[in-house]
Design a protein around this ligand. Structure first.
Ligand SMILES: [Zn+2]
Length: 171
């Protein structure tokens, strides 16, 4: 799987990874992972603005932000027995996302892509749509290009988001 590090996230220290019976919080710079098991969690719910998830254990509370890597994967994998968790919100949110023509991930939310953070082309822009997408793809994949890594021509699901089968790479 291609690994996308969201630009915003490079300053974030936490990566959430699902495990067999829970998830882990990993600090980016090598510190030990913090393991969570679902059966040790008393409550899991969204903050009022739905941008954070609050995890309550018997002795501690943890706040996971939507800019943490893996957050969108986590919210789609909360076990159904957490009845305070807003499963309907998650379903509606994921279904409301549109495909991003730049990175190929179905992650366009309110006119900005959660994964590549670009806005889609619109007719008020001076360049053509293809030129715009090409410029943004060159920018998004600049690291892979510099390191001469192959860029996949077919988008693959990432971090809990679906991929767009009709996506095109123009570079
Ligand atoms: Zn995108």
């Amino acid at each position: 799987m291609r690994k996308v590090f969201y630009k915003k996230m490079t300053s974030e220290i936490t990566e959430i990874k699902l495990t067999e019976n829970g998830f882990s919080l990993n600090e980016t710079f090598g510190a030990k992972a913090n393991l969570f098991k679902w059966n040790e969690i008393n409550n899991i719910h969204f903050s009022e603005n739905n941008e954070n998830v609050i995890i309550e254990k018997s002795d501690k509370k943890f706040v996971l932000k939507n800019c943490n890597i893996g957050w969108y994967d986590l919210i789609q994998n909360v076990p159904l027995n957490f009845t305070n968790f807003d499963f309907a919100y998650v379903k509606n949110f994921i279904e409301s996302l549109k495909p991003c023509k730049i990175c190929g991930i179905v992650a366009l939310n309110k006119n900005e892509c959660i994964v590549c953070e670009n806005v889609p082309w619109n007719s008020a822009m001076t360049e053509t749509e293809i030129d715009y997408i090409k410029t943004k793809q060159l920018d998004f994949y600049s690291e892979s290009i510099n390191e001469k890594r192959e860029i996949k021509k077919i988008a693959e699901p990432e971090h809990g988001f679906k991929a767009d089968k009709n996506w095109k790479l123009y570079i």
